[in-house]
Design a protein. Structure first.
Length: 246
């Protein structure tokens, strides 16, 4: 199976459309989504309507998705994140809220496992260290696990005789061949709000038969999104982050 691996769309339709346009040239069988469909960006409903139509869409819930339904999570958010969640709640249809509410907090499938943050705390943990990788190892089976949340594209690999190796993807088209006997945790980066100093939308393609993961970056019309954010009166900090990619 060939899977698109998507994460952290954050209501950024222009970025999502650019990713889907590129994916159409690659041909995938299914779409794995590591969470945070909404929050921050100006187009929650359009993004929800778009992913609903994706072939074999396999989602998990992100913390921004969860905030729509859970006040305990909402109160921990920064002021600007709270503003964006209020905007999101006001601009999502009831059917799209129902759609998002049904996202599970983790996924364990034949070809991979998936969670937004970590298996210890799907909505708060930022999985970024070798120690966290080791602590999570007995929470999932198989050789591949996808995560999101940090908005930084990386691949961690582990063999039981050494500390996990962490590699941040720096290129705009990088293919990793997965080795037998190793276990991997992979973050495909963020589509709608990259934070690794690369403003292009980030996503991956996982081929479970060839055992490859390809990380791709695509440009999109950032200025068009920022215009919408200005019109929606979303906080400037969120708009500025798109320019910097941090
Ligand atoms: Fe996120």
């Amino acid at each position: 199976m060939k899977y698109a691996v998507l994460s952290d769309i954050h209501s950024n339709y222009e970025a999502l459309a650019a990713v889907l346009k590129r994916l159409a040239t690659l041909g995938v069988d299914a779409h794995a989504f590591c969470g945070d469909l909404v929050g921050y960006g100006p187009d929650p409903e359009l993004c929800a309507q778009t992913v609903k139509k994706l072939k074999n869409f396999i989602p998990v819930m992100g913390n921004h998705d969860m905030c729509l339904f859970n006040d305990d999570f909402f109160k921990w958010f920064s002021d600007y994140a709270k503003e964006s969640i209020k905007f999101t709640a006001a601009h999502l249809s009831e059917s799209s809220k129902k759609f998002i509410r049904a996202f599970p907090d983790q996924y364990h499938g034949k070809d991979f496992a998936m969670v937004h943050g970590s298996f210890f705390d799907p909505f708060r943990d930022y999985l970024l260290s070798a120690e966290q990788f080791i602590l999570n190892l007995d929470k999932w089976a198989g050789s591949v696990c996808f995560v999101g949340h940090s908005h930084v594209p990386f691949i961690m690999s582990y063999k039981n005789d050494r500390m996990p190796q962490i590699d941040i993807f720096l290129g705009n088209d990088v293919t990793i061949k997965m080795m037998p006997g190793l276990r991997y945790m992979i973050n495909p980066g963020s589509i709608g709000q990259p934070r690794d100093a690369n403003r292009m939308a980030s996503f991956g393609v996982y081929d479970s038969e060839k055992r490859t993961f390809r990380l791709l970056r695509v440009p999109y019309n950032i200025e068009a999104v920022q215009k919408k954010m200005l019109a929606a009166k979303l906080p400037d900090i969120l708009s500025n982050r798109l320019t910097k990619g941090t």
